[in-house]
Every structure is written in C-alpha cells, then in structure tokens.
Design a protein around this ligand. Structure first.
Ligand code: MOS
Length: 688
C-alpha cells in the first residue's frame, strides 16, 4: 500500500459511498434529456444515404424522385456541398471514392424523420464498383507494420532471445487465437441536434467528451472553437464509440447550415454498425515457454488486425503482454491489413480486451502442459518491475487478487482434469484469468464557486452513465468539508472548463484532480477557485501504473447441444481507492458482463461476397441479457495508490472486461476438454 491521501477527508469518502446517483430521479422520471430529445423549435430531420458497395467510385446522383416526395426539403451530396475539412471519416460527401459498404454518400432533409427516411431510399446514385477486400487473414499480402499503436505506443517491443528461450523450455505452447469484429452498441443510439444562431453552432450531441467533440467539429467545419458549443448533459453509454466525433454530428451541422433550420439526426441501430466504429478482429499467435518449475523462459505475442483503407487505427492488442509476466525473453508485434471496412476505433479496453483474452488463455494452456495450477503459474511469474520499462509498479496486487479471489470462489481442491464433472446432463468446469488495464490521467480544468449558500463545480466532464456527477460531487464535498447535498456539479457542456474524455478509464483521476484542486483554491479564497492540472500531469512519470484483477468463472456445458451457461462469475480487483462502492461495483460487473458477452455471443459477421458487415441489429448481434448472467460478483482489495492522483484511485471503467473471456474459455476447457480458440464460443464450435 502506498501513502494515504492528504487533502481528502476519509470520513467524507464514506459519504460518497452512500449518496444515491445525483441525477437518478431525473433519469427514472424521464426528465433527463438525451441528445435527440432536446427541444429545438422549427427542427427538421436528416437521414443518411449509404453506399451499397464496399469499393468503387461515386458517379452521378439523381435526386429528382426524392425531391418530389412529401416533406422533402433538400438532398445533400458531393455535387451541392462545398468541400470542407480533411478528415476522411467526417468530411462528408467530400470524396469521390467509396471505401466501405455503408459509407455516407448523401443525405435527405425533410420535415419528419419518416419522410426523410422514405426519400433517402429514392435517391439514385451511380457507382463504378471495384473489387473489395474485407476478410482479415494471417497471410494477407498487404500486412504492414504501423508506425505506432494506439494511442502512441511502440508497434513492436521485445528483448532477449525468444527462440532460445522457447528451445530451452521444458514445456511450451504455440497457439493462435482469433476474435471477431465487435460493435460497441451503447444503449442510447448516436444522435445529434444542430442549430446555428448568429454564426455560432450548437450541437446537442451524444458524446464522451464535449471539449474534444467541440474541437473536432470546429476543425472539420473550419470554425474557431468559440463558434461551436457542444451540449450533452446525459449520455446513454458509449463504450468508446462516442469518444470521437461521429458523422451524425457533422451531418446535423452541415444540414442545418444548408437549410437554415435546426436539424436532428438519429442514427438507427443498423447504421451504427458502419458509422460509429467497431473493435477490430484479431488473429493472435502466442508462444510461451517455461522451465519445468513453471518459470517462463520466453513470451511471444504477435498480432494481426485490420484497419480502414484511408484511416489508420492500430489497436494496441499485445501491449498488455509487456506488463503482465516476468520473462527473460519477449517479443510483441502488431501488423495491420488495410481492408474495405469502416475505421475501427475504441471499444471498451481497446487492446487489453482481445489481448488479455489471448495471453490469459495461453497461460492456462501452459499450466495444463506443466501440470501446474494456473493460479500458481501466474504467481510464480509475477514480475518485480514492469517488464517493458523496468519501472517500479505504483501498486501491483495481482497476486493478492488471485489469492483472495480463489478463497472467495472456493478454488482450493479443484481437480484439474478436464471433462470429468457432471451436474445432471451438464458438464461443469471452472477457469481463472488475470485482468489488467493502464491507470492514466489527462490534463483538465475545473472551477468551484460558493453560490446561493452552496457550492457549484464546473467542468466539461461527461457522465455516460458511470456516475461521474455523483463521484465528482462527493469528491468536492469531501475537499470542502460539506455535505454532498450542498454541492452541485455542472458537466456535459463545452461552455464549462475544458476537460478530457470519459475514456481510457481516466475520467475520475483526470477530472477529480482538477475538481479537488479547484475546491482547495476555493477554500483559500472563500468565493471562487479554479484549477488547471496541465503541469501536474506533465510531471506524471517514473512509475508503471496499472490496475489488476483476477476473474473466476464456473461454466456448464450441455454435451448434446453445445450450450454454455455461466452460473457464476467472480472478479477480484486492485484498482486503487474505490471512491463509491455502489457505482464501482456497477462498473466492474458491467465490464465482466460485457466480457461474458464477448466470450459466448458477440460477433459481427463479415460478408465476403457483399463486402460489408451483416446481422447488423440487436436481434442478430447477440448481447448477454439478464438470463445469461445469473451471478456476477465483484470485489476489490483494500488498495490506495497516490501515484496517479491525490484521490488514490486507478480507474475502473475497463479493467472489468479484460480477462473475462479467457476465464470463461478456460472453464469451458475444464468442463469439456475442448479448447475453442476462436471467439465467440458457440454451440456449433463446441459440437464441431
Ligand atoms: Mo473507452 S473504449 O476508453 O471510451
């Protein structure tokens, strides 16, 4: 454990824990407004026209039929829209080529959403179609080495002699795991409402970060940031897809400018599968070697993934391996194929989610080869310092998570032999895997003021359903030494002090640093305090900062149908000081549920013939439901880490999903003796 926190009163932190969600009543009564619900007088509706081909050139567009339909006000496309911006994804209509099926090529503006949608089907566009290439393969001829992986990490990293380490190993595994395209699917679909007033654009957007969204919209449209306002008081989830500006916001803005009226855009669930990002598929080759006692002699993690033809997004799939286990030799690489797909992007724990699936599955396979308990194998290889950097961990309690989780899950005495336990007709098994996610923060501003006998905190943070408002209010109350009821938090608008995204599990540390500092300044001044943590954050260095966890799964597999059930998931996490246990538990079990969903269900099918994603709705893209998750338990160990920010926490939005799929896959092996190395683990694969 590290130092305790100086300026946050421990008693007040308990107060954060007991407070209900600040905007809970607004949400359950329907008073909380999401992007599309903001009432804007005289609004009209824009509906996208999407390319039905995956590769080609856009030719003539015939809008006559659409323009003659009821309520239609305009058809916008490249022929009547002045080019703007240089962002291939967002400079709508400013391109002659189609690079993926579903690319936005035009839009209809009409008096109702229904009229716009009907007319969009009557816009006729000629295309010259080229061959498309949408399937990721390990032997893809176009594989290349990107300059860096997300966000700016080394593409390749390694040391030592991996070949010698493998050759000298008593036991080794050499296996390939694959994961499919997945889609974020936040509960609130992407939507935007735009209006222009005296040259100032207001966008009610569904975004994970009003400051960044404002800056991107301004840049793409060639405006100054002072000419754009983004308002987003309530956001119904994002999982990363709302971390970057989407075509919905730009379409609303340019359509509103074109017709001189406010415009509403609501993407359909189907449109979101092409217009709002996805998780890249991966092909991951793992080679692990170990001495007879279990000590690793070499670790290699080589990743193949896809990106778009014109926009590079290089996911950091193997970077978790640079953190996890001590080894005398390591190799981690990433290679990309440019395919005719929309640009992949962030989806909850980009990199760590597929990467930890593969690493933690391979560790389980190695434990089987060694005849060793998989928990003991991980503990034996727990490193004293971060393998990649040699830096000391600010805190690392993976071993404690494994031991404490094992005790709660009743792991002791587990018979390691696969395929021998029955519960009625079901085969049963248990599995374990580790979790990790980086702990980071970004510069943020905030102000605090004494207002009307209470206090008002202002920050352009985003509450995407996580409880950011509640936690920041509790934190401010703790620093000010007042009851939480006396603190009002204003967030979700770019009019407020600039703040970073709700992303990368960085929200609470980034915003909390600024809010705490602003409240401290207020205590000195009595009336007003402001803070900018840019300099503090610039000094963050010298420690390896990550959250850790251990996840345990029990599965039942029907040997006749291949159905997999997960009666129990248990996670034990070490994520620094937990500020609000109620909200934190929700983040952990939400992440674990999404990991279960990844393990068993989630897959966006790629249609090699038509050249696009198919099964693009929630009837066919299966997400875990309540019946799929009868028992998900999350616990955490008592950890305070003051090396990231004074609040002592490390971020909890993403750690919960990393490792879950491996724990379930490992349990499926224990139940059945079948190692399914291709997610999701479907009945067809288990019976095949
Ligand atoms: Mo999250 S994928 O870092 O928005």
């Amino acid at each position: 454990m590290t130092d305790t926190v100086s300026h946050i009163r421990p008693g007040a932190l308990a107060g954060i824990a007991e407070g209900h969600r600040t905007e809970g009543v607004e949400k359950v009564t329907g008073a909380a407004r999401y992007a599309y619900e903001h009432p804007v007088p005289d609004a009209v509706y824009a509906y996208p026209v999407q390319a039905p081909i995956a590769s080609g050139i856009i030719g003539a567009l015939d809008a006559a039929e659409a323009l003659a339909m009821p309520g239609v006000i305009a058809v916008l496309w490249g022929g009547n829209t002045n080019p703007f911006g240089e962002n291939f994804e967002l400079s709508l209509f400013n391109r002659s080529e189609v690079t993926y099926r579903g690319q936005l090529v035009a839009a209809v503006v009409a008096d109702t959403l229904e009229n716009a949608r009907a007319a969009a089907a009557a816009v006729h566009v000629d295309y010259t179609e080229d061959e498309h290439d949408v399937v990721l393969r390990a032997d893809h001829p176009g594989l290349y080495r990107p300059e860096k992986v997300n966000p700016a990490l080394p593409t390749d990293f390694g040391y030592g002699d991996v070949a010698a380490g493998l050759a000298g190993a008593a036991r080794q595994v050499s296996v390939t795991y694959t994961t499919p395209v997945q889609h974020n699917n936040p509960m609130e679909p992407h939507a935007a409402v735009a209006s222009w007033d005296d040259g100032v654009l207001t966008v009610y957007d569904s975004t994970q970060g009003p400051t960044a969204d404002r800056d991107t919209i301004a840049e793409v449209l060639g405006l100054g940031p002072e000419q754009v306002r983004v308002v987003s008081p309530h956001v119904g989830g994002g999982f990363g897809s709302k971390g970057t500006t989407r075509p919905s916001a730009i379409l609303a803005a340019i359509a509103a400018r074109a017709v001189g009226r406010p415009v509403k855009v609501a993407l359909t669930r189907q449109q979101m599968f092409t217009l709002t990002g996805h998780r890249t598929p991966t092909i991951q080759h793992l080679e692990l070697g170990a001495a007879a006692d279990g000590r690793l002699t070499a670790v290699a993690h080589d990743v193949i993934e896809h990106t778009a033809t014109r926009t590079e997004f290089a996911e950091q799939t193997a970077t978790c391996t640079r953190v996890m286990y001590g080894t005398p030799a390591m190799r981690t690489t990433h290679r990309l194929a440019r395919l005719n797909v929309p640009a992949p992007s962030w989806m909850r724990a980009p990199g760590e989610t597929p990467g930890m699936y593969a690493l933690e599955s391979a560790m389980d396979e190695l434990a089987v080869e060694l005849g060793m308990d998989p928990i003991e194998l991980r503990i034996m290889n727990d490193p004293a310092a971060e393998p990649e950097s040699g830096l000391t961990f600010s805190s690392r309690h993976l071993v404690a998570c494994l031991r404490e989780g094992a005790a709660r899950f009743d792991w002791a005495g587990r018979d390691p032999r696969p395929g021998i336990r029955r519960q009625g007709r079901w085969l049963s098994g248990t599995g374990v895997a580790a979790s990790t996610y980086p702990a980071r923060r970004r510069p943020s501003k905030a102000t605090a003021a004494a207002v009307d006998g209470g206090y008002e905190v202002r920050i352009a943070a985003a509450d995407i359903g996580t409880g950011a408002r509640t936690v920041l209010g509790g934190l401010a109350a703790s620093v000010l030494g007042v009851d939480t009821a006396r603190v009002r938090v204003l967030l979700g608008s770019s009019d407020l002090p600039d703040a970073p995204l709700a992303g990368g599990s960085m929200g609470t540390a980034s915003w909390g640093s600024a809010v705490a500092a602003a409240c401290e300044a207020l205590l000195k001044d009595g009336q007003h305090g402001s803070a900018d943590t840019t300099e503090d954050v610039a000094e963050d260095a010298g420690w390896a900062r990550h959250s850790f966890g251990a996840q345990f799964a029990e599965v039942l597999v029907d040997p006749l149908t291949g159905e997999v059930r997960v009666p129990r998931l248990l996670g034990m996490f070490a994520a620094g000081l937990i500020l609000n246990p109620v909200l934190a538990r929700s983040q952990f079990i939400g992440g674990m549920t999404m990991g279960l969903s990844m393990a068993l269900f989630e897959e966006t099918a790629v249609d090699a013939v038509a050249g696009g994603f198919v099964r693009t709705d929630l009837a066919q893209y299966h997400i875990a439901t309540c019946a799929d998750v009868p028992s998900v338990e999350a616990f955490w160990i008592d950890e305070v880490d003051a090396h990231l920010w004074p609040g002592g926490g490390k971020g909890i939005g993403e750690i919960g999903i990393t490792g879950t799929a491996a724990a379930i896959g490992n349990a499926v092996w224990h139940a059945t003796g079948r190692r399914i190395r291709d997610l999701p683990i479907t009945p067809a694969k288990l019976l095949g």
